[in-house]
Design a protein around this ligand. Sequence first.
Ligand SMILES: C=C(O[C@@H]1C=C(C(=O)O)C=C[C@H]1O)C(=O)O
Length: 339
Amino acid sequence: MEDLVELRKEIDEVDASIIGLVAKRFTITNEIGNIKRASGLNVHDPEREAYLLKRWAGLGKKYGLEKDISIPILEHLLKFSKAKEAEQIDPKNIVVLGTGSMAAALGMLARSAGHNVYVKGRNREKEKKLAELIGANVLPAREINTDYIILCVPPTAFTKETIKLVSNCHGGALMDISSSKTEYFKKAIKFASESGMKMISTHPLFGLEDAKRGSGIAIITDGKTAKDVEDAASFWTSTGLVAIKMSMDEHEKAMAVSQVLRHAYALGFYDSVSELSNMLKVDYEKACTAKFMQMLENAKAIKSEEWVAAEIAKSNPYSKLVYEIAERNLRKHASSLIF
Ligand SMILES: C=C(O[C@@H]1C=C(C(=O)O)C=C[C@H]1O)C(=O)O
């Protein structure tokens, strides 16, 4: 039985590599599509395809794989690579700066929409791993024209050195993804202008696990030309996200309700659960509902990143109001229920 588990683990790893490589192949065929479009060549190249069929048969033989297995895979790839090449409208050169989960989520969305995605991080290993995972390329050292550099690093890691990592990238705009805009935004604008880049502030309105087509992304309109906002919106729309244009103040207000307030109660709830259960010496997990556990899980996730919650609360201009109202309502319920 242990062997079965081990072998399945191995299969899972092989499958991840296969998918990563298939996605990488599409990045390359999309780039070929761009070159063909620029030089007026046909997408379909029968000579090249005949060569590939022969080569795949040869490679199959070398690895002991029957033609019946290998050739249909190639045919499937050819069908979709040509379809993607043909349908590509306006592929952008995107650099994902950072190697964390948000970088993975956004890079993946951009990749699957057919954009050319490059990964850049401070750590070479992590950078390579992420590029493989999403079927993108590591940012090459040569000079490169970019449309958007998506800044997926936490505010604390956002320094001049971070920007230097993409000093070979020219053109386009730097996009931050932070949920609290005021402080971060100022810093990002400063760095962007120092390095001659435009700055567009965005905020993906989803958590790390649920970055999927149809989720929203806020685009901050303050101080931006209508064209810059429109271009950014159309890029994100192409990845399947819904672009929501809003002012910085509207965004901060929405964050005050949906993040600062939620975090306040979640952290208060989490701390109260542990304090109260210790005090009562009760094993609440033995006799609680699934809904309670769900709420505790949510609170625990926020607690585990308390510093993020603190940072958002610290820089949100409405936090004081949020805490006043949260406290008042808790007291109101306490007095109407108990006292
Ligand atoms: C990518 C290309 O375009 C098409 C797709 C191919 C592929 O997926 O490998 C090969 C030949 C072309 O019909 C190319 O010309 O290389």
